[in-house]
Design a protein around this ligand. Structure first.
Ligand code: ADP
Length: 270
């Protein structure tokens, strides 16, 4: 059954790929150029295979800190937003350079949560994605840190890119979300703490029992943790689409996922 479902992944035409900061930054806070270049190469090759790809990339703050030679995240929100503004530009400059090298063009899409609440905003966002994909451009998405807030009746923050990537899948009606993290998949307990933890090959439903297995885990740079990945999986399953959580330490894993190989954890209702 799993094999059959895995095989169906091969047919995915429109794919959202989400990378966490830990995938594109070294633990010492410097940019991992090798990973960024590899990611741009693999996604460009997938484009050449005829797939439509959308990248959701974290890293604005991490890259901003590195650009400004800072080792610690500033404490105030204005300072963090300034760092994100600097980092986002640098992040896109690097992606633009690498994708261009492999013959592809990128387009930046910065979103806030309210785009999904208002029909015209939603429509405009969908139109932008459709137009970019139609023109064979790779949309690179992030939260619009400068304007996103959480205030009384004005909620515009996604808060984490796991949720954002699931919403991008929903908006673009993509077939598959591949979420790259620092772990081989979803386990029955935190594998960083327990050596005997076992990976789930497939999960059909995000039950309370499954949610209980996700431990609080936010890494130095990441803001998501396993809970937000499961929340994202829930959105994907409700949309009757598929998600694979896999380890981004070797970016070629994207080829394996798309070949239907048994890597990572597949979330699918089938
Ligand atoms: P990213 O920065 O890539 O978004 P996170 O650090 O937010 O990733 O989440 C991945 C981490 O979640 C893993 O490194 C692991 O320590 C932790 N974790 C907690 N519970 C589990 C579990 N049941 N299965 C897998 N990983 C888990």
């Amino acid at each position: 059954m799993t094999n059959e479902t895995r095989n169906k992944i091969r047919e995915s035409k429109r794919i959202v790929i989400k990378v966490g900061t830990s995938t594109i930054m070294y633990p010492n806070g410097a940019i991992n150029l090798k990973q960024m270049e590899k990611l741009s190469f693999v996604l460009s090759d997938l484009k050449n295979q005829g797939k439509e790809v959308i990248l959701v990339s974290s890293g604005a703050i991490g890259v901003g800190l590195s650009r400004m030679n800072l080792t610690e995240r500033p404490v105030t929100i204005p300072e963090q937003q300034a760092i994100a503004a600097i980092g986002q530009t640098e992040l896109m400059r690097l992606y633009s350079k690498f994708f261009f090298h492999y013959g592809h063009q990128i387009g930046q899409v910065l979103l806030t949560k309210d785009v999904t609440d208002f029909p015209v905003s939603r429509k405009n966002t969908v139109n932008t994605f459709e137009q970019l994909l139609y023109k064979h451009i790779v949309p690179i998405v992030n939260e619009n840190d400068t304007v996103s807030v959480e205030e009384l009746d004005h909620l515009t923050r996604f808060g984490d890119n796991d949720t954002l990537s699931a919403i991008v899948l929903e908006l673009t009606e993509a077939d598959l979300l591949i979420m790259l993290s620092d772990i081989d998949g979803f386990y029955d307990k935190n594998p960083m703490e327990y050596q005997d933890a076992e990976r789930f090959d497939i999960i059909h439903d995000i039950t309370d029992d499954i949610l209980d297995l996700a431990q609080d885990s936010t890494t130095k740079f990441g803001t998501g943790g396993m809970i937000t990945k499961l929340n994202a999986a829930q959105i994907v399953l409700e949309a009757r689409k598929r998600m694979v959580l896999a380890n981004g330490s070797d970016i070629s894993i994207l080829f394996d996922v798309l070949k239907g190989k048994d890597v990572g954890t597949l979330f699918s209702t089938e």
